[in-house]
Design a protein around this ligand. Structure first.
Ligand SMILES: NC(=O)c1ccc[n+]([C@@H]2O[C@H](COP(=O)([O-])OP(=O)(O)OC[C@H]3O[C@@H](n4cnc5c(N)ncnc54)[C@H](OP(=O)(O)O)[C@@H]3O)[C@@H](O)[C@H]2O)c1
Length: 240
């Protein structure tokens, strides 16, 4: 039985991961802000819940610094907002998204890394949105590009501490986060399918966990093109 801490466990991908790992017999520490959801999760055997806003460093320090030995930490909490008018750039929106998706990860890392055991695992949830620049995704994409860099560098420096790092880059997953989107989301999968992909990848201790493969491999291939090509493709699709 492993002890697995999951942030953003009250909804979508995090909730599905929480339930799957619980069914597999592990002990889960589920983190989030939604008190009703946390109360419901805590009725399951082997799920302990912690109400914490990951953007508030004092709360993170007080609530997450002294949990004991952890086998795996999955930093999944995140939000998505779009910049609708790049010319009238919304700096507050930009700060909000970067704070939740990236800066808060730093707070969690400070509190949690010392507790990850020798041979343990750390997983950061990024996004396939960071593979290429997408229209309106200045804030979300930049935050997830930051997460990807953070994961790559942590993988280098945590090796000597025998902690394996994984970067999780989902394509479109049906959750409350994407239910707000007003555009087509090709090859969208369920949160349940996403959780299965993540658990599979983490079992194999893979660094680069991305899915659904058909979608993410297309993006990874397009990302090899010169920027000017991608800009031309994007401009054409935005005109349609
Ligand atoms: N859905 C997709 O298509 C997709 C694709 C690529 C990447 N992702 C990434 O996957 C992760 C999970 O997304 P999701 O789609 O499952 O979204 P979701 O259903 O909206 O869940 C987001 C989770 O993050 C938590 N959270 C947000 N802000 C928080 C804060 N300040 N403090 C504590 N918890 C906070 C929420 O908890 P409370 O509600 O309890 O505050 C919730 O549990 C995110 O990092 C997202 O960027 C999602």
């Amino acid at each position: 039985m492993k002890t697995i801490l999951i942030t953003g466990a009250t909804s979508g991908i995090g909730e599905a991961l929480c339930q799957d790992y619980q069914k597999l017999g592990h002990k889960i520490i589920a983190c989030g802000r939604n008190t009703e959801k946390l109360a419901r999760l805590s009725t399951y055997q082997n799920i302990d819940c912690i109400e914490v806003d990951v953007c508030v460093q004092q709360q993170v320090n007080e609530k997450l610094s002294d949990l004991g030995e952890l086998d795996m930490v999955i930093l999944n909490a995140g939000s998505c907002e779009y910049i609708d008018d790049a010319k009238n750039f919304d700096g507050n929106l930009f700060a909000r998204v970067i704070n939740t998706n990236l800066i808060a990860m730093g707070y969690c890392l400070e509190a949690l890394l010392p507790q990850i055991c020798n041979g343990g695992q750390l997983a950061l949830v990024g996004s396939s949105a960071s593979f290429l620049p997408f229209s309106r995704a200045q804030a979300y994409g930049a935050s997830k590009a930051g997460v990807a860099y953070l994961a790559r560098t942590l993988a280098l420096d945590l090796k000597k501490h025998h902690i394996d790092v994984s970067l999780i880059s989902p394509g479109f997953v049906k959750t409350p986060l994407t239910d707000k989107n007003d555009f087509k989301m090709p090859m969208q999968i369920s949160a349940q399918q996403a959780a299965e992909e993540i658990i599979n990848g983490l079992n194999k201790r893979q660094f680069d966990i991305h899915f659904p493969k058909k979608f993410t491999l297309i993006l990874k291939t397009l990302a090899l093109l010169p920027d000017s090509w991608w800009q031309a493709i994007s401009a054409r699709s935005l005109q349609k």
